[in-house]
Design a protein around this ligand. Structure first.
Ligand code: NAP
Length: 320
């Protein structure tokens, strides 16, 4: 029986693991793929404190993992297919007949990238259609690419691709980007990036490889084609909370409702990182959640849970 099980090895889970083992909790972190989560796919992270020239996503993820493991964190690379969270003993089902039990659980499974739903998206996935500019961008050297979305990911992807591509067009459904002001300024000043405002992609076109995208104006409905050999989708994500569904309280979009103390509606179950309903999803806020969740778990395990303030859960502003 573990003190604490952490599900998910992104910045939230790894920080939780670091704090938990330093607090003396017998802790296991489960990760199904690789450490770092979405952060590990970022080319350059310029707003994580402490790096005046920015830091690569994989580099930051590896450093976080190394630090947590060095502190004594146990990481198991395995898929958790089911969680039982409502009883005093929390159970996780891993591969086949394998399982683990813990007294407390930190949910840190993050979020998955969203699809556009446009025609050809699935068929051309891996053949020009991608969700990861830093993974697939190198194939776009000297070519024309589009980036779909108006958030920080779209802006960062476009800037990254502009170093490789002949030209990058951002296709955004509104007439303003929600990305950070500093990034938007860089985009608008950039000679190799243009923004196609008020448009959505209706079709990814190509036989075996992407050749163009069909776009439609969101107000007039007028359709046109844009040549592109790469299409990078950056339209946000949805929380990866399926294994906790029906047990832990979520909002209508599936984000877990928890106060700033990361406590959920279930005793000794905490939500940390991008899967928590909150106004800002960044590496720094995910790490902060992880630190808080581990500290709350330690306190609740040692001293019993203090009175739960359900008002906190009702006032979360999840505008995204
Ligand atoms: P996001 O902020 O949710 O932005 C998603 C974008 O896609 C929005 O512009 C949205 O348009 C658009 N969109 C959503 N669904 C769409 C659809 N079906 N068709 C077309 N467009 C659609 O997602 P994100 O950029 O991936 O960022 C996620 C979180 O991670 C954010 O909190 C962000 O700040 C953070 N992030 C941080 C960093 C960093 O710290 N360096 C880097 C990347 C991301 P609307 O604006 O019209 O809703």
């Amino acid at each position: 029986m573990l003190d604490l099980l952490i599900v998910g090895g992104g910045p939230a889970g790894l920080t939780a693991g670091l704090y938990a083992v330093r607090a003396g909790l017998d802790t296991l972190l489960l990760e199904r793929k690789f450490s770092g989560g979405q952060a590990s796919t970022a080319n350059l992270i310029e707003n994580y404190p402490g790096f005046d020239s920015g830091v690569g996503g994989p580099e930051l993820a590896m450093a976080m993992e190394k630090q947590a493991v060095k502190a004594g964190l146990n990481i198991r690379y395995d898929t958790c297919s089911n969680l039982s969270l409502t009883g005093d003993i929390k159970r996780a089902t891993l591969t086949a007949d394998h399982g683990v039990e813990a007294r407390a659980v930190i949910l840190a499974m993050g979020a998955q990238p969203r699809k556009t739903g446009a025609r050809g998206e699935e068929e051309l996935r891996g053949h020009g259609v991608s969700w990861c500019a830093t993974c697939d961008g190198f194939m776009m050297r000297g070519k024309r690419a589009v980036v779909i979305g108006g958030g920080n990911t779209a802006a960062e992807d476009a800037l990254y691709l502009s170093n490789l591509c002949e030209h990058v067009t951002i296709i955004h459904r509104r007439d303003a980007m929600r990305a950070d002001h500093a990034l938007v300024r860089k985009i608008l000043d950039h000679k190799k990036i243009t923004v196609l405002w008020d448009h959505v992609v209706t079709s990814f076109i190509g036989e075996k490889k992407l050749r163009a995208v069909e776009v439609a104006h969101t107000k007039t409905g007028e359709r046109s084609e844009l040549d592109a050999e790469g299409a990078f989708i950056a339209v946000g994500g949805h929380p990866d909370t399926a294994i906790a569904a029906g047990q832990v309280a979520t909002d209508l979009s599936g984000y877990i409702i928890a106060g700033e103390d990361t406590r959920t509606n279930l005793p000794l179950v905490y939500a940390a990182g991008d899967l928590r309903a909150k106004p800002l999803r960044q590496i720094v806020t995910a790490s902060a959640d992880g630190a808080i969740a581990a500290t709350m778990a330690m306190q609740d395990l040692r001293f019993g849970e203090s009175e739960r303030n359900t008002a906190d859960y009702m006032t979360v502003d999840n505008h995204r």
